[in-house]
Design a protein around this ligand. Structure first.
Ligand code: ADP
Ligand code: ASP
Ligand code: MG
Length: 410
């Protein structure tokens, strides 16, 4: 008997109708003999609604109480799903993160899963029940409720598949797989039948929110067979797997857009040892993650230090930098929220030269000015003005011939 973890995202359980449709799908698989663990998100938009509620009473809600609030969304869908399954004659039982001891660290709002007690789940599965688990939530060693960061239900599903040694973890969503780029922005985007863990990890961390980064990390680490599928139509979706399992590998597999970052700059700092540490130290101490970093020196012995942070950390980063700048006698501190990061990803880059120059040439042909560049073995990222988001994405998507053949030929 196969054990399958099936995760349904917010849009798949957006209302009672959707929940009933998902229940029918699960009931069919159950009748076909699968041992099934269902992982659910909150109803689409619910987590945002709860966040807005929190913001209406507090400027920057965070910490313990926010997690107590946000975790309620998933508790609604799991109970409704069990009722819908029972109505179809399928025996089902719901579990919150606390009830099956999804143990996490204590980092409220972005906790990491450490362990899951699979005993109760296995008992339910042995009894022929469908186990319906609340995604996105866990408890720390003090039994405090934690949440796993936005999109965290994906990670709950993969972690459960890992501990249960499931045959497959299926992520059901509103698209029928992972595409060469976000199909909502570039309709010509093509579904990838397969993609490597490595590429998926880059794509997820560079802006493709179809899977949470942690979920891909878990899947790769514990060898979980991971598949992205549509909740609403039949199909084989996208299998996320190892490079050896992929027959034909394109040079570039995907293009991503990240709108969540902002750029900050310390201008005219004396160019001497210790400057980078003096600037980034206080930023790191404030728990602010820094992404791309560029330092360029001028002939006059001064240097400009530019980097990107999450947009939510923009104001606080500027405040910290202004304090630092005084001590360093820097000329100025500047910032720009209206930037985006566009990246191309592909394991084929390892064995192909000239990808970067092709990327830059294509962008310059569209008069898109590049503000920052960073590269790694399998990706190249650029920062551009936000107004070039869609043009940049489309330009690179077509430059690397990622579109569906039948759409480009006409
Ligand atoms: P769910 O609520 O099911 O978790 P998400 O909204 O988190 O769904 O993820 C699905 C969405 O991810 C799609 O609707 C799509 O717009 C977006 N997306 C971004 N990049 C990609 C990509 N490369 N392939 C597929 N979907 C993508
Ligand atoms: N409900 C949570 C969110 O909206 C978790 C998830 O859907 O994966 O981020
Ligand atoms: Mg999601």
């Amino acid at each position: 008997m196969k054990t399958i973890v099936k995760k349904f995202g917010g849009s798949s359980v957006a209302n009672v109708d959707c929940i009933q449709k998902v229940a029918e799908k699960v009931a069919l698989a159950h009748k076909a003999g699968e041992r099934i663990v269902v992982v659910l998100s909150a109803m689409g938009g619910e987590t945002d609604r709860l966040l807005d509620l929190a913001r209406s009473v507090e400027d920057h809600p965070r910490g313990r109480e926010l997690d107590v609030l946000l975790s309620t969304g998933e508790q609604v869908t799991i109970s409704l799903m069990c009722m819908a399954l029972e109505a179809l004659g399928v025996s089902a039982i719901s579990y919150t993160g606390a009830q099956i001891k999804i143990l996490t660290d204590s980092a409220y709002n972005k906790a990491r899963i450490i362990d899951i007690d699979k005993k109760r789940l296995n008992e339910s599965l042995e009894a022929g029940k469908v186990a319906v688990v609340a995604g996105f939530q866990g408890v720390d060693s003090e039994n405090q409720i934690t949440t796993l960061g936005r999109g965290g239900s994906d990670t709950t599903a993969v972690a459960l598949a890992a501990v249960l040694e499931a045959d497959e973890c299926q992520i059901f969503t509103d698209v029928n797989g992972v595409y060469t780029t976000d199909p909502r922005i570039v309709p010509e985007a093509r579904r990838l039948p397969e993609v490597t863990y490595e590429e998926m990890l880059e794509m997820a961390s560079l802006g493709a929110k179809v899977l949470q980064i942690r979920a891909v990390e878990f899947a790769s680490k514990y060898d979980v067979r991971l598949r992205v599928l549509s909740s609403f139509e039949e199909g084989t979706g996208t299998l996320i797997t190892t490079e050896e399992n992929i027959m034909e590998q394109a040079v570039i597999s995907g293009v991503t857009l990240n709108r969540d970052e902002a750029q900050v700059m310390v201008v005219g700092v004396p160019d001497r040892p210790g400057v980078a540490g003096a600037i980034l130290g206080p930023v790191a101490d404030a728990n602010i993650e820094v992404d791309m970093i560029v330092q360029n020196s001028a002939a006059d012995g001064a240097t400009d230090f530019t980097f990107t942070v999450n947009r939510e950390d923009f104001d606080i980063t500027l405040k910290i930098l202004r304090e630092v700048a005084e001590g360093l006698s820097a000329r100025d501190v500047r910032g720009d929220r209206n930037i985006v990061k566009i990246s191309i990803v592909g394991v084929g880059m390892r064995s192909h030269a000239g990808i970067a120059s092709r990327m830059f040439r294509a962008l310059s042909a569209e008069n898109i000015n590049i503000l920052m560049i960073s590269t790694s073995e399998i990706k190249i990222s650029i920062v551009v003005d936000q107004k070039y988001s869609e043009l940049g994405l489309r330009t690179l998507h077509s430059e690397f011939e990622l579109a569906q053949p039948n759409l480009t030929e006409v």
